[in-house]
Design a protein around this ligand. Structure first.
Ligand code: PLP
Ligand code: COI
Length: 338
């Protein structure tokens, strides 16, 4: 424990002391239970293993200069998990239970919350899985919900330095009327081939186009896309994008800064008009985009002349981080102090 180098953390798994669990059986969720094991003992015919009945969440806790621990927008994650549960027919977890368990797991693992100065945070990973044995394709009758935490640094190793991203037209992440708007494991399995190909080619993420027409911008790796032009924050609207809580927060902050906000379909060609572009999410925070290459079409869009993030992306990034770490007042009521 004494050997954790907080400043050098990457976005990876590290064992912490405790996780918390609740079990759904006979129509009821159990009281939260604290566990020290990193393992689950589940039936080999559990629906999560065969039919992908699993959803997860991702949120973060931050230690402030004042020593207090702040959790960012956990109610939003609780609501999105409920939406995922409805999306793939799992028992819905009550919002209050989600919040109680997030607070409990952070308190129990307080010593793993990185210090303010490190710029790192505690990643909180809730997971809900179907556990009852089934061979026919139908929803489970029993579920396990658990939350573990792990201290993390930046998702993209470059941090706030702009990186290149790529359009790979031969892959889709999610279908227009599929599960893209839910945070379910299948979407991530579906993105692995394209993601690995992008990494091998030197890109940090794939910018997906809509699966139907291959015309409009969609999800951006494990994050949402945004572009900036004419004092306007523009982000794609689609039926296959995960509603990012970071993006929702940035839209509010952009508005607070006097910018216009547009959430609408964005044709790929419009990329050439953006002054700045970025990917945003809990893990990614804001990852500025250096350049986007559409390989099949042999086209490139550039967003940074000097290799640095643009001024508006930087302002949004600083503002968001300041609220999360408690350096600035939480005027929107986004933060829960542990
Ligand atoms: N899109 C995808 C596919 C994601 O996995 C994530 C991460 O959670 C996001 C977007 C960003 O969402 P949020 O800002 O709520 O973390
Ligand atoms: C997040 O930003 O919380 C994510 O879930 C992204 C990725 C690690 C799956």
């Amino acid at each position: 424990m004494d050997t954790i180098n907080w400043a050098d953390l990457s976005f990876g798994y590290m064992k912490t002391d405790f996780n918390v669990r609740s079990y759904y059986k006979d129509g009821k969720w159990s009281e939260p239970q604290v566990d020290t094991s990193e393992f689950l003992n589940i039936h080999m015919a559990a629906t999560c293993l065969h039919y992908g009945q699993e959803a997860f969440e991702g949120l973060k806790a931050f230690k402030g200069k004042d020593g207090k621990i702040r959790i960012f927008r956990m109610r939003e994650n609780a609501l999105r998990l409920q939406s995922s549960c409805r999306g793939i027919m799992m028992a819905e977890l009550p919002v209050e239970l989600f919040e109680e368990m997030v607070l409990l797991v952070v308190k129990k693992n307080e010593r793993f919350v990185p210090p303010y100065e490190s710029g790192a945070s505690l990643y909180i990973r809730p997971l809900l899985i179907g556990t009852s044995a089934q061979v026919g394709v139908k929803p489970a009758s029993e579920y396990t919900f658990l939350i573990f935490v792990t201290p993390v640094g930046p998702y993209f190793k470059e941090g706030f330095k702009p990186t290149p991203m790529v359009i790979l037209r031969e892959y889709d992440r999610a279908a227009p009327l599929g599960t893209g708007t839910f945070k379910v494991g299948g979407n991530y399995a579906a993105s692995l081939t394209a993601g690995e190909k992008a990494h091998k080619l030197g890109y940090s993420a794939v910018l997906y186009l809509d699966a139907k027409e291959k015309k409009y911008l969609d999800e951006c790796g494990p994050a949402n896309f945004f572009g900036i032009k004419n004092n306007t924050y523009v982000t794609p609207e689609s039926t296959s994008i995960l509603p990012s809580i970071t993006n929702k927060s940035l839209m509010q902050l952009a508005e607070d800064m006097g910018m216009k906000v547009e959430r609408r379909r964005i044709p790929e060609e419009e990329l050439s008009t953006f002054e700045e572009a970025g990917a945003c999410g809990t893990a990614a925070v804001i990852s500025p985009i250096l350049r986007i290459d559409d390989l099949a079409e042999n086209r490139s869009y550039h967003f940074s002349k000097d290799g640095k993030a643009g001024p508006i992306s930087e302002k949004l990034y600083k503002k968001l981080r300041a609220i999360q770490y408690g350096d600035e007042p939480d005027i929107h009521g986004w933060v829960t102090i542990v």
